[in-house]
Design a protein around this ligand. Structure first.
Ligand SMILES: Cc1ncc(COP(=O)(O)O)c(C=O)c1O
Length: 387
């Protein structure tokens, strides 16, 4: 088995339209190699190889704090930010600290599949609220909160992917974010903002973050280098109140864990401080925009009229709604027979049946010719099955 070619269960020789990670040619391999060589050469290699500070690599913290304040005017200080082992590790850590099994958490319908897994592992009681093309439907959220309050219940937090959402590609509007913040204050729940795609914006500006709009109050915001540098480094960050960060930093896991992945964090710090990361992000935006445009053009020319899809302004994903006669399970098995793999909609819902006519396509990993060919296969199958 060629491990390099098969991350996340990619079947060799297939068209993996499900894979939500960067293509090999989008990883800055030469740039990272230069950083590693320089670090090795200067004799300072020991700083890569020992335990690290609990809060994370100090240079990387300083870089991120300065960047957030410069680009978003966030007004945070180093007490508000810690380095984590990727956003997924952050979701796990927040879940362990903020909830006990049986607690209620709110998620979007649909929402990020792997976060739902973590909440299930932790035996949380997930309640979902539908989204439209502006994000969560605030009236439905309020209705759910009122219903819970009438039974003396309240959610611990609302988990949201605010920008270019996984799986739908939708970005929540500023107005919806404000409505959620108002409800979070009225009903007393935290907001966990998994903001892993905001740097991959193709045009225009993304609305301010929940963290920024709420002045940091009761919001925990996650970021990652997985989408804009390399997921194998396993480095992300968490922004929250100084009290929350202190609580996490002093947790048993970090006390002995020596900080999140000190080796990778030192590399990422050097890479960022050299200016290379921000230049790479700028370049990536153009690359992903081109792939998004190609995917949309292929959908336009290949899909029967009854299929609907989103037009994301950034990120990795396009979300399709199939005609009522076409079930995603059937489409999945027929597509796989032709070597085309996508992410079934069913994984993204608390109740999998809600995703029976949906699927997610990723344009981040496959080559442009594969992207076109894969979408064409799906279009032909759907046209046959819809008859
Ligand atoms: C919403 C969301 N959160 C987290 C992740 C994973 O991030 P990380 O690699 O930093 O754990 C992904 C990747 O697919 C994602 O889409």
């Amino acid at each position: 088995m060629n491990l390099e070619a098969t991350p996340q269960g990619v079947v060799a020789g297939s068209v993996p339209l499900f894979a939500g990670h960067p293509a090999r040619d989008l990883l800055p391999i030469d740039g990272l190699q230069r950083i590693i060589s320089a670090a090795w050469g200067d004799g300072g290699v020991a700083r890569f190889l020992n335990y690290g500070a609990e809060q994370g690599n100090p240079q990387l913290i300083d870089f991120l704090v300065e960047r957030m304040n410069r680009t978003e005017n966030l007004g945070i200080s180093r007490e508000n930010l810690m380095i984590i082992g990727g956003s997924t590790g952050g979701v796990g850590m927040i879940t362990r600290h903020l909830t006990v099994p049986g607690d209620i958490v709110l998620v979007d319908a649909p929402s990020y599949r792997d976060a739902l897994h973590i909440f299930r592992d932790h035996k949380l009681d997930m309640r979902s609220v539908p989204i439209d093309d502006e994000g969560i439907i605030a009236a439905d959220l309020e209705c759910k909160l009122r219903e819970l309050a009438s039974k003396g219940e309240r959610p611990r937090f609302y988990y949201v992917v605010p920008n270019f959402q996984n799986p739908s590609g939708i970005t929540m509007t500023r107005e919806r974010r404000m409505a959620v913040i108002e409800l979070s204050r009225r009903y007393g729940f935290a907001i966990v903002e998994d903001d892993v795609y905001s740097d991959l914006r193709f045009a225009g500006a993304t609305p301010p973050s929940f963290y920024g709009l709420a002045g940091g109050q009761n919001v925990l915001r996650l970021g990652t280098f997985s989408k804009t540098l390399a997921p194998g480094l396993r480095i992300g960050w968490l922004i929250a109140s100084a009290d929350r960060i202190a609580e996490f930093v002093e947790s048993g896991m970090l006390r002995m864990g020596g900080g999140a992945n000190p080796f990778s964090a030192a590399l990422v710090a050097d890479y960022c401080r050299s200016g290379a990361w921000e230049a790479h992000v700028e370049w990536l935006r153009g690359q992903y925009r081109r792939r998004r445009d190609m995917a949309l053009a292929a959908l336009e020319s290949s899909m029967p009229a009854a299929v609907e899809w989103t037009r994301p302004a950034g990120g990795y994903f396009i979300w399709l709604r199939l005609p009522a006669a076409v079930y995603v399970d059937d489409l999945e098995s027929r597509a796989q027979e032709q070597g085309v793999y996508f992410a079934s909609g069913k994984g993204f819902y608390v109740d999998p049946a809600d995703g029976a006519h949906h699927l997610r396509l990723s344009f981040s990993f496959v080559s442009p010719p594969e992207l076109r060919a894969g979408i064409e296969v799906l279009g032909n199958l759907i046209a046959q099955m819809a008859q």
